[in-house]
Design a protein around this ligand. Structure first.
Ligand SMILES: [Zn+2]
Length: 233
């Protein structure tokens, strides 16, 4: 179910934040109109023991605060690319297949966050915006986990597109194995986080190269979605 698990103990020691990225044995694509989604979501909820808020992701930079318990049944989900919450026993879910899933947690307050950073979201700064929203909610010492995504040697783009994104986030500038223009979104997101004094854990693995992960570039429209999950016990 998980390709990576971690946790962060909160300062008083009474509570902790759990982190997980799912593998291709689950497909969290879509929503309540797809029966297989409901089954895979139920497995996640059972494993974590909390309900998860999720988004209709739109490659933007809007961040939504979750203030109520996420519904366990069919739900209207907001259109945005970042989630934050201060609610205990509440999970946040980001779905990706090559884009960068980022999970965040504050060691002091227990505020958690999650963001979806594709090419557009990285250039728009959805990850630093999510961190900023967490600070507004009391976060003081932020940690981030950058989940599996297409690597900077595989994410080939036209030269003009590379130039546009690298003009905003220079660390994204990359080259494929074949020497053609590429973007390294993971490096860009890491630089954005480190500029905000956020400590970063980068999960190894490239979605396109590793068949145990979902990849849109490899599998096209049939690609599933892996989930980045953060929740507080
Ligand atoms: Zn790769």
């Amino acid at each position: 179910m998980f390709v990576f698990r971690d946790h962060l103990d909160l300062d008083p020691g009474a509570s902790r934040v759990e982190i997980g990225f799912t593998d291709a044995s689950l497909d969290l694509q879509g929503g309540d109109d797809r029966p297989a989604f409901a089954g895979d979501l139920a497995r996640v909820v059972e494993e974590a023991g909390v309900p998860f808020a999720r988004l209709s992701q739109v490659h933007g930079a809007e961040v939504v605060e979750v203030v109520d318990e996420p519904p366990r049944g069919p739900a209207e989900v907001p259109s945005a690319d970042g989630l934050v919450t201060v609610r205990p026993r509440t999970g946040l879910m980001i779905r990706t297949a090559d884009c960068v899933p980022v999970l965040l947690a504050d060691a002091v307050s227990g505020v958690i966050g999650a963001a979806h950073a594709g090419r557009a979201g990285t250039a728009l700064g959805v990850v630093p915006r999510t961190a900023a929203r967490m600070r507004e909610l009391g976060a003081q010492r932020l940690h981030a986990w950058i989940g599996p995504h297409v690597c900077g040697r595989c994410y080939e783009v036209p030269a003009q597109m590379r130039a546009e994104v690298a003009a905003v986030v220079p660390q994204t500038f990359s080259e494929t194995h074949a020497g053609t223009p590429a973007l390294d979104l993971g490096a860009g997101v890491r630089a954005q986080l480190e500029a905000e004094q956020v400590s970063v854990v980068e999960v190894p693995g490239c979605t396109l190269e590793d068949g145990a992960l979902h990849s849109y570039r490899r599998d096209g429209a049939a690609a599933g979605r892996l989930a980045g999950l953060v929740w507080r016990r």
